[in-house]
Write a protein of this length. Structure first.
Length: 208
């Protein structure tokens, strides 16, 4: 799955109409609506605020996809925006294209090209990342052994996310789903088999 690398804005002008696109990464539909509301408040003089969003996990079917034309002719704004997000395979994203009418009608085809083009150019400018599901594994061991294992992890295929020093040292390692058995073998080879990995649940990482 892919997500936008950062939030951003980009504006284009067509036949004296301005099309300002805002995109944001969001965790759920409520957060997406908050972005839409914020853009509306920031541009009360805009003629339209057309929207598209995709939030969730398409692998499990738990995906919400919505669009709105906000007064533009049906199918000329929100739908083509949503098609851009879908073609790029993006999730956890909301897009708002605000239009300030310049006095020249663009026709249905012109509107489709304007709204989809504004969004496509904005996505190009903010970039994309992969959202990869991992398992967060917790390792606990004594201070006398932790330094060596931390060094080995930093030079391994696995991602060391956190190191916490207390009575023991706890290391949090992110391992891609499907690779936990291989990690268990790696861990046994580097610790003599006496350090267990506690699975604390899923963790998504955003990678190039």
């Amino acid at each position: 799955m892919r997500v936008i690398a950062r939030d951003g804005e980009h504006e284009i002008a067509i036949s004296r109409s301005r099309f300002r696109c805002t995109v944001a990464r969001v965790p759920d539909v409520a957060a997406a609506q908050a972005v839409i509301d914020r853009v509306r408040r920031a541009g009360p003089d805009a003629t339209h605020h057309c929207t598209a969003l995709r939030v969730g996990d398409p692998r499990t079917g738990d995906l919400t996809a919505r669009s709105a034309d906000d007064g533009e002719p049906s199918g000329t704004a929100g739908v083509p925006m949503l098609e851009v997000l879908t073609r790029r395979g993006l999730t956890d994203v909301v897009a708002v294209v605000s239009r300030w009418f310049g006095g020249t009608k663009l026709g249905a085809g012109g509107l489709v090209r304007a709204y989809s083009g504004a969004l496509a150019e904005t996505l190009d400018s903010v970039g994309e990342l992969r959202r990869v599901r991992h398992r967060a594994l917790l390792l606990a061991l004594g201070h006398d052994r932790a330094g060596r294992l931390e060094h080995d992890l930093r030079h391994s295929p696995y991602r060391l996310c956190e190191v916490t020093h207390g009575a023991d040292v706890t290391l949090t390692v992110a391992v891609e789903e499907g690779a936990t058995a291989a990690f268990a073998d790696w861990l046994a080879a580097h610790t003599g088999g006496d350090v267990e990995a506690l699975d604390t649940g899923p963790r998504d990482l955003y990678l190039p």
